[in-house]
Every structure is written in C-alpha cells, then in structure tokens.
Design a protein around this ligand. Structure first.
Ligand code: GZL
Length: 325
C-alpha cells in the first residue's frame, strides 16, 4: 500500500462496518498487496441499470491487480446513506484513494471533508456533487445537460411545430444526471408546441419505469404522443406498459431515451424506440489514469468530460454489431 499507514485496528472496524451495512464488499481489505500497489475504495451507486453494469465492469477491468491496484468495491443499492457509510469505511480502512459515483448531488460535504482531513484523495466518476471543488481531486463524467438538450432538440425538430403531448420518466431524484438532463431538455423544447402532461421519477430502473408509465397511460391514455425517458432502462420498462395498453411503441407513442446500452439500441433498431442519446459508461481507463496521477502527486484537471453521440433507428442498426456495451 503506497504512502498510507495501515491502521490495523481501524481497518478491521472498517471492514466490519462495510459488511454490517450490508454492502457487498470486494477485493482484500486495505493494505493488501506490496508497497507500490494502490488500494482504492470504489463506492458505486448500485446495479440499477444496464448502464451501471457496463460502468462497473469498465471500472473493475481498469482497477485490476495487473494494473497495480487493490480494489475494494462497494455497491450501495441506490441508497445515499449506505454510500456515505461505504466512503466512511474506506477512510477508516486507510485506502490510498476513493473513487465515488455519487447517487445524489447533495449531502457529501461532511464525509468528503473527513477524507480530506485523512489525506485521502477523492475522485468522482459519472455523476457529480454540489460539495466544494476543493473536496475532490477530479471529476470524470459526462455532459448530462447536453444529453438532455440533444434529446430535446430532436423532439423540437420532429414534433415541435404541431401540438404534441409528452410524458417524462425522470432519473433518480437529486442525481446530477436527472437534474441536468431535465434542464437541457426543457431548454430545447422552449417555445415549441410540446405540452408536458406529466413528469415523474422512475429511478433509472426498468421496474419503476414500467409502473410509472402504467400510471401515465391510465391517466392520459391515447393523449400521450411522446415519451422522454432519462435512461434506456426506464424506456424499456415503459415498452411493456405501452404494449399491455394495446398501443405500439415507436408508432402510437414515440420514445426518446438516453444511454444507448445494447438493449436500448436493439429496441431502437427494432423500431420500438425512435431516438437515443448516448451516455458513455466506459470511464474506467480514464478514472484509473487520473487516480494514478493523483496518488503520485501529479497535477490533474478538475474535470474530464467524455464525448457522447446520438442515434436514430438506421444509425442504431449500423452501430449495433460493434457496440462494446
Ligand atoms: C449517467 C448515469 C445514469 C444512467 C443510468 O451517467 O449516472 O445512471 O443514465 C444510470 O442508466 O442508472
């Protein structure tokens, strides 16, 4: 383990606390490996979507032993309090660095200050936090507002000049991904003939996307012309509800989503979705590069934004065979 003193007693307490909070730990406790191995605690949101699975896989591949890391993995089951407990446990274990994919934007100031006081750098990946920038070394993420704007521009271009009724499945309430996508989308449809009938969170999951869409269909029925889902998984859940209502997704109700995971791109290629804005989950390599630089005392940028693209049905058919996730 580099640089950090291993506080054996605390490490044991940390390990118990991690287990006690029901979080699935991974990797050996801090201190595993030789002196030049970097021990990293990774606090992941959970396993709420196909995007998350691809992101976790990318991170585990990058933070491998072969690449010089001892990774301690925690998935917080989309529970912010469990994720804060996981970060606190990493601090108690005396890891060399913490990587955090914050479920929600707020509530991080105290535990990030504790990490700073313990001399443990925090690197954010995917979503970001409202805490002061001096409490984390860098953020490797995506431009969620642009993603929402791109989805909104497609809606405005294709449906904005005729009265069109839209429902929205929002991501996890309080997450930077949901908040910023909503902002970008709203800006893009301003001044068009699009009416937002309803907008509710489906928490980025298929199950909740289906349940909320069932409610929308019961309340608005065939008035609904268009669905914007903040991620593919909620859109995929909505497909079941739309079909159960005797409607044809992609035709009776047009669907635009964000992520571009394989199942979403397949629905798009099959004509059940109409447009997808990509959100690239393969962040592991860049995050590992930044962690190494930070631990070695090299300077890094405060943020690294990964580029996204967008797909219509024909582009999805062409892209699917080569998609990595
Ligand atoms: C976006 C990421 C979101 C995805 C969802 O970077 O935070 O969380 O859009 C995932 O699929 O659950």
């Amino acid at each position: 383990m580099k640089a950090k003193k291993t506080l054996a007693g605390l490490a044991l307490v940390g390990a118990i606390a991690l287990t006690a909070s029901g979080c699935a730990g991974g990797g050996t406790p801090a201190g595993g490996g030789g002196d030049d191995v970097i021990t990293v605690g990774f606090a992941q949101t959970g396993s709420e979507s196909g995007w998350r699975s691809a992101n976790t896989e990318s991170m585990k591949e990058a933070f491998s032993e072969a690449n010089g890391f001892n990774l301690i993995f925690n998935a917080a089951d989309n529970k912010p309090e469990a994720q804060i407990a996981a970060v606190r446990s990493f601090i108690n274990q005396g890891v060399d660095a913490i990587v955090l994919a914050p479920i929600v934007t707020d509530g991080w100031d105290d535990v990030l200050q504790e990490a700073k006081d313990a001399g443990i750098p925090v690197i954010l990946e995917d979503r970001t936090v409202s805490a002061s920038e001096d409490l984390y070394a860098s953020w490797i993420g995506l431009d969620f507002e642009k993603e929402g704007e791109t989805a909104g521009e497609w809606v405005a271009e294709n449906f904005g000049s005729t009265p069109t009724n839209l429902v929205i499945l929002e991501g996890t309430t309080g997450s930077s991904a949901a908040t910023d996508r909503a902002t970008g989308f709203a800006t893009a449809i301003e001044g068009t003939d699009i009416t937002v009938l309803d907008s509710q969170t489906g928490n980025f999951t298929r199950a909740e996307g289906k349940t909320v869409m069932e409610g929308f269909l019961q309340k608005y029925g065939s008035q609904i012309n268009l669905l914007f889902a903040h991620n593919d998984d909620m859109g995929l859940g909505a497909l079941d509800a739309i079909k159960a209502a005797g409607l044809t997704p992609g035709t009776d109700i047009k669907i635009v989503t964000i992520d571009a995971v394989k199942d979403g791109m397949t629905a798009l290629a099959d004509g059940e979705f109409n447009y997808i804005v990509e959100c690239n989950p393969l962040l592991g390599e860049k995050v590992a590069e930044v962690v190494k630089k930070v631990v070695d005392g090299e300077s890094v940028d405060k943020q690294y934004i990964v580029e996204d693209q967008a797909f219509d049905q024909e582009q999805a058919k062409a892209a699917l065979p080569d998609r990595k996730y």
